[in-house]
Design a protein around this ligand. Structure first.
Ligand SMILES: Nc1nc2c(ncn2[C@@H]2O[C@H](COP(=O)(O)OP(=O)(O)OP(=O)(O)O)[C@@H](O)[C@H]2O)c(=O)[nH]1
Length: 478
């Protein structure tokens, strides 16, 4: 009697081959035919022992496709897990009254080899049977064992193929579901107005969704679906940032992909977009294979942001950078000039006699004069420098990367000249001048406060020495 638990494990092993009740297969039939021919037996079979029956995967000389488990030779072969040889069943006490012996198919001789798998479970048998008694030589039984091993290998191979087919079916279903959910996701995103993109990193193919095209005006434009197409539309100043951010995400240096940049629309304007995305597929080597994401139009909020920034950092009257922005740039100049061991100059300037213009021509005329002076000095300033209105009639210049203070004096003298030029106001020609104090970094200070204080002191010295002049700060003189 088989141990119940062991039998359950054996049945699970049988089940894992997915072979019961399957159609005949030529590989098994050929093995059985070979055995029958070689041993000259009318009956040969590959038998699988299920829970309640013996099922023939291949059988020659039997009209049955299965038989009850009880009282069958193969059951004993499986149970004892060794070969079973009965040369004359009528002489065998155990089998002489067996139904298969005393009635059809009248078995008189039997030789069966158990089919034992790698885990040691006996799945079934490979056997030959005869209607007459016969002797099986050791050589014959060795050959029968070889054929049984081949039958077992066929079953293993078959199981592997079945498992692979099942796996590939599951994968197919998985990919179909994934494609479906991504399609739904794209449609949902499109519905809320975001421009959807889908990037295949292997082929470089880049999908632009209908809303993406609508957002940027490319509905009827035959855009090449490539990453390069997008890259070419990104604002020149944003391209490096875009590439760096994408690579940082793809190479795992950044947990998410989220970046703002400008994209050129069909009409030539640029739109600010917020680009967000994620890797949705990876290769077997775990490298990113596919990314999907959205572009959200953030132009309006960018405009608002810019206007808030503008208001906070520029002077309303002249449009110049204001004191706050100037001090910020001054601090940045200190950091970078320290790093690069370079000099810069701070000009502190205050108009002379401006109060009289206000008093004589009125505050509005005074405003006009401030605008005109600002414009004249602005025209003379280098692009890299910062010219700011500091307060009232005070202005400042941050001149970076300078070689010596003499050059600065030359520049200051030119400012004195342009400021002195008469300014037409309400039919009058107003005349003012300017006093300039200069402090050089790092010679006259290395902090914002010290530099401002020293430039201011130099400017007061210029005022005291008669105005309309420029003084470079000198520590011993102050
Ligand atoms: N029109 C106008 N005047 C301003 C503005 N801000 C400040 N002021 C005036 O600018 C003048 C600055 O004063 P001061 O620097 O003492 O006048 P100043 O005549 O140039 O004196 P000195 O520097 O000694 O030559 C004051 O009369 C302020 O009211 C402005 O935005 N518009």
């Amino acid at each position: 009697m088989l141990n119940h638990n062991k039998e359950l494990e054996r049945l699970a092993a049988v089940e894992s081959y997915h072979i019961l009740d399957t159609a005949p297969e030529a590989d098994f039939d050929q093995l059985v035919a070979l055995a029958s021919t070689f041993f000259s037996t009318p009956i040969a079979s590959v038998t699988v022992m299920a829970e309640d029956r013996l099922w023939f995967k291949s059988a020659k000389g039997l009209d049955l496709c299965e038989a009850p488990r009880e009282d069958v030779f193969c059951q004993l072969t499986v149970e004892q897990k060794t070969r079973l040889v009965i040369e004359d069943t009528l002489q065998d006490a155990l089998f002489k009254n067996n139904p298969l012996v005393i009635q059809a198919p009248y078995i008189r001789a039997y030789a069966g080899i158990p089919l034992i798998n790698d885990q040691g479970y006996a799945i079934g048998t490979f056997c030959v049977m005869d209607h007459v008694p016969r002797h099986f030589s050791e050589a014959e039984l060795t050959l029968l064992t070889i054929l049984a091993n081949q039958a077992m290998k066929l079953m293993e191979l078959r199981r592997e193929i079945v498992q692979r087919t099942e796996l590939s079916k599951q994968l197919q279903v998985f990919y179909e579901q994934q494609a479906k959910s991504q399609e739904l996701w794209k449609q949902a995103m499109d519905a809320v107005g975001d421009g959807v993109w889908d990037y295949d990193l292997i082929t470089g193919h880049y999908f632009f969704g209908p809303n993406w095209r609508k957002m940027l005006g490319y509905q009827s434009e035959p855009l090449l679906p490539q990453l390069e197409t997008l890259r070419a539309l990104i604002h020149e100043e944003d391209q490096e940032r875009f590439t760096n951010s994408l690579n940082a995400y793809l190479y795992g240096q950044q947990p998410g992909y989220k970046i703002e940049y400008r994209i050129r629309c069909k009409n030539g304007d640029y739109k600010w977009v917020l680009s967000r995305g994620m890797v949705v597929e990876r290769t077997a080597e775990d490298t990113p294979k596919r990314m999907i994401g959205t572009h959200t139009d953030i132009s309006q909020s960018k405009l608002l942001e810019q206007s808030i920034w503008q208001q906070a950092h520029t002077d309303n009257l002249t449009g110049l950078p204001n004191r706050r922005l100037f001090l910020d740039r001054l601090q940045q100049a200190i950091y970078s000039s320290q790093r690069e061991q370079k000099k810069f100059a701070l000009f502190f300037m205050d108009l002379d006699g401006f109060k009289a213009v206000n008093d004589l021509h009125g505050h509005l005329a005074g405003d006009q004069l401030l605008i005109e002076i600002a414009s004249r000095i602005q025209k003379m300033s280098r692009q890299a420098d910062t010219f700011a209105r500091f307060a009232g009639d005070e202005f400042a210049i941050l001149a970076i990367n300078i070689s010596n203070s003499e050059d600065m004096l030359l520049h200051a003298n030119k400012i004195l000249q342009v400021v002195k030029e008469p300014i037409p106001l309400n039919g009058y020609a107003a005349s003012v001048s300017i006093s300039i104090g200069i402090a050089i970094f790092p010679d006259h200070g290395c902090t914002v406060d010290t530099l401002i204080r020293h430039a201011d002191q130099a400017m007061y010295e210029a005022k005291e020495s008669g105005k309309n002049t420029c003084v470079v700060y000198h520590p011993h003189r102050q």
